[in-house]
Design a protein around this ligand. Structure first.
Ligand code: FES
Length: 107
């Protein structure tokens, strides 16, 4: 399974094996990982699954939808150019070694 590494705001890192097809939000919340809330259950309605990705890995992701782009304007911590909603990132084999940074807070 692809390995996804989560880097907390305070620097702690945790790597999870994530089944292909699952979202990064689902992987995080189902493992009780700190810092990703996923309040809407992955329906792209809450923005509490905000993460930023390594700039050099951004090209591995599909382009964001207009809905994701609009929601990222309402995150608790201001969006960055490499911000994404983790519920909109479906893990593929190409994401093995992918790194996401968890913001200081989601609400
Ligand atoms: S879980 Fe709500 S927008 Fe991602």
């Amino acid at each position: 399974m692809p390995e996804i590494t989560f880097v907390q705001f305070h620097g702690a890192r945790e790597t999870l094996d994530v089944a292909v097809g699952n979202t990064i939000m689902f992987a995080a919340t189902s493992h009780g990982l700190e810092g990703i809330v996923g309040e809407c259950g992955g329906n792209a309605m809450c923005a509490t699954c905000h993460v930023s990705v390594e700039p050099d890995q951004l090209h591995l992701l599909p382009a964001m939808t207009d809905d994701e782009d609009a929601l990222l304007d309402g995150t608790a911590i201001m969006r960055q150019p490499n911000s994404r909603l983790s519920c909109q990132i479906h893990v593929t084999p190409a994401l093995d070694g992918f790194v996401v940074h968890v913001p200081e807070r989601q609400i």
